[in-house]
Design a protein. Structure first.
Length: 83
């Protein structure tokens, strides 16, 4: 019977987590050094949670992320078709 989590898999998970922590730490440091001109990971996460709540919002002044994504994919499709 095959093991669910081998040592190789555990090392891969550890490397992934360590890489994410390193990237997050560098991002946080750069944000601190630029006096929040670049948002922190926490600030970005808060905005993401707001944006994702209503992805298909299609008001005249506000478009949801889903509407923007579909519009962008439509343009890519048109460009691909023309090519």
């Amino acid at each position: 019977m095959k093991k669910l989590l081998s040592i190789k898999t555990l090392w891969s998970i550890l490397y992934f987590v360590a890489g994410m922590v390193l990237v997050g730490g560098i991002w946080e440091l750069i944000s601190h050094l630029t006096k929040n001109e670049i948002p922190t990971p926490a600030m970005t996460w808060d905005v993401f949670k707001e944006v994702i709540q209503n992805p298909m919002q299609d008001d005249p002044d506000t478009k949801g992320i889903g509407v923007k994504l579909l519009s962008s994919l439509g343009r890519v499709g048109i460009g691909f078709g023309l090519g």
